[in-house]
Design a protein around this ligand. Structure first.
Ligand SMILES: O=C(O)[C@H](O)COP(=O)(O)O
Ligand SMILES: [Mn+2]
Ligand SMILES: [Mn+2]
Length: 560
């Protein structure tokens, strides 16, 4: 990367703020600000620490935008998410994100001309094109309209046999919406069949139980998908996907996120779409974290995470490249955003010794996403990244405290050790438990996160440090789907419609600590600040000025 070679890494000194203070950057995952009511779990929970930050010094607490165009998403109707949120927090600038880049490549037609599509196209003559991914209009990992355009565009360009391997959502969208998405795509596939293209859904399963694990928390999730998608084997067999999903959803406690794997079979009971030698495969999620494990299974010749049984010789491309360091996958339909010169890299190169920590399910958020979708250290001698193993095989409403205490303890120890200038953590509770839709458990989760913040802030106090507490997007502050007037919406049976997804709400940024210069306060002249303004702010707290092309700092220093 050319820019890397020519970048001047030296950050100018901040005119007033000193160096050498320990700075704790705490990200509460899924912790937005919304009006208080019974569906606002942050309001319902006892959160004395976060409350005191909010109600303490008004010049040291403010809200910033965490969704839509402020974080590089196509429109302000797009809720924020961890990827774009942590990218913005770490990079200090707004980059057009995957969803937007794929939209642009489809709109201009460039996607069909680039290397990735031409590579998989070589298989169209004799092989089948398999499309694997999240069938949803959530816009976090994938988008249904993009999948529809890929299916159509590929068939117009010679794909004669197409198989879809779908993952149902219910996490970024309402539970039960899988049925409608399948109906939509089935209509498209039926139309193609009328035109002589053999196009059908071949397998499926719920995203949290099949394929979309992340950060290698539980490879059995990916294996269940492999068995259905590649080997054509699953415990449940159906003639079509609509029947599959309706039947499996009728089981007690079933939901879209956790549907078991199924394959579609023909009249003789044979799976209609295993992946075999000579086929092409596209994983159509643009977001990396929950697709990169499957990408490894599809692409790595030496792979030992589970027994693949049969490894077909395929032409494989990702919607995007999921890991720039690993160059994985090597072929992709759309180039990912090039997020370089992140704040983490600058600070480390300017001597800031950095500790980053979360539990497995969010570990990559404060490392990989924070560092511009880059894995590994910038400088091993100055950085330590600690991953606390997450529970696996459970839904997080069963253990809503998750590993918040363990994360806080490790972080406290890191602060007190004096070995680090920055500690950076993600507390997953509000988000991971919020996604389960379990309101009671989410209240417990929010309390646990607040207690973890307390432990970190107490350690900051002891060493005379500074804290910056923020969040990456909303989730736990609103657990119900609302109409335009803000009233909770009811489903056909009269129960409230639980919102498992993120929200469009702003998130707090709070600063403080004994090491904070007494004249520091939030500026009032930034009209609509967003998460990307945080990086320059943190650089200032370390005693540096941010690079000129970073979004401006949130703070100013006044004489008092
Ligand atoms: O992947 C997930 O868990 C959800 O789709 C989005 O949540 P996150 O952006 O907070 O990870
Ligand atoms: Mn998040
Ligand atoms: Mn989330």
């Amino acid at each position: 990367m050319q820019e890397m070679a020519t970048a001047n890494w030296t950050l100018p000194d901040h005119p007033t703020l000193p160096k050498g203070k320990t700075v704790a950057v705490v990200v509460l995952d899924g912790w937005g600000e919304a009006s208080p009511d019974q569906y606002n779990c942050i309001h319902v929970a006892q959160t004395p620490v976060m409350d005191s930050l909010k109600n303490g010094a008004p010049e040291k607490w403010r809200l910033v935008k965490a969704h839509g165009t402020a974080v590089g998403l196509p429109s302000d109707d797009d809720m924020g998410n961890s990827e774009v949120g942590h990218n913005a927090l770490g990079a200090g600038r707004i980059f057009a994100q995957g969803a937007k880049l794929v939209d642009a490549a489809l709109a201009s037609g460039k996607i069909w001309e680039d290397e990735g599509f031409n590579y998989i196209k070589e298989s169209f003559d004799k092989g089948t094109l398999h499309l694997i991914g999240l069938l949803s209009d959530g816009g976090v990992h994938s988008r249904l309209d993009q999948v529809q355009l890929i299916v159509k565009g590929a068939s117009e360009r010679g794909a004669k046999r197409i198989r879809l391997h779908i993952l149902t959502d219910g996490r970024d969208v309402l539970d039960g919406s899988s049925v409608g998405f399948i109906e939509t795509i089935e209509k498209d596939l039926a139309q193609l069949r009328e035109q002589g293209v053999d196009a059908r859904i071949a397998s499926g399963g719920g995203r949290m139980y099949v394929t979309m694990d992340r950060y290698e928390n539980d490879w059995s999730v990916v294996k269940r998908g492999w068995d259905a998608q590649v080997l054509g084997e699953a415990p449940h067999k159906f003639q079509n996907a609509l029947e599959a999903v309706k039947t499996l959803r009728a089981e007690p406690k079933a939901n879209d996120q956790y549907l078991p794997p199924f394959v579609i079979v023909d009249e003789s009971g044979k799976s209609v779409g295993p992946i075999v030698d000579g086929d092409a495969v596209v994983t159509f999620n643009f977001r990396a974290d929950r697709m990169v494990m499957l990408a490894k299974a599809l692409e790595f010749p030496d792979f030992d995470k589970f027994d693949r049984v049969r490894v077909p010789k395929i032409k494989y491309a990702g919607m995007l490249q999921y890991d720039g360091e690993l160059k994985l996958p090597s072929k992709y339909l759309v180039s990912p955003p090039l997020i370089e010169r992140t704040s983490g890299e600058y600070l480390v190169k300017n001597g800031v010794r950095t500790f980053a920590c979360s539990e497995t399910v969010k570990f990559g958020h404060v490392t990989f996403f924070w560092n511009g979708n880059r894995s590994g250290y910038f400088d091993e001698t100055r950085e330590e990244y600690v991953e606390i193993p997450s529970d696996s095989g459970i839904t997080f409403n069963e253990q809503p405290k998750m590993k918040a205490l363990e994360i806080a303890e490790r972080t406290r120890d890191a602060i007190l050790s004096g070995k680090f200038d920055q500690v950076r953590i993600n507390l997953p509770n509000g988000d991971m438990v919020g996604h389960t839709g379990d309101i009671e458990a989410t209240v417990v989760a929010c309390k646990a996160a607040d207690e973890a913040v307390k432990m970190v802030l107490d350690a900051v106090e002891q060493v005379g440090g500074i804290y910056l507490v923020t969040a990456d997007h909303g989730n736990a502050e609103d657990m119900v789907k609302r109409n335009k007037a803000g009233q909770p919406m009811l489903d056909k049976s009269g129960s409230i419609q639980i919102l498992t997804s993120h929200t469009l709400q702003p998130v707090p940024v709070a600063i403080g600590g004994p090491g904070l210069h007494p004249g520091v306060r939030f500026r009032s002249d930034i009209q609509t600040p967003g998460l990307a303004n945080v990086a320059a702010t943190v650089m200032n707290l370390h005693g540096f000025q941010a690079p000129a092309d970073y979004e401006t700092t949130l703070i100013e220093v006044v004489d008092n």
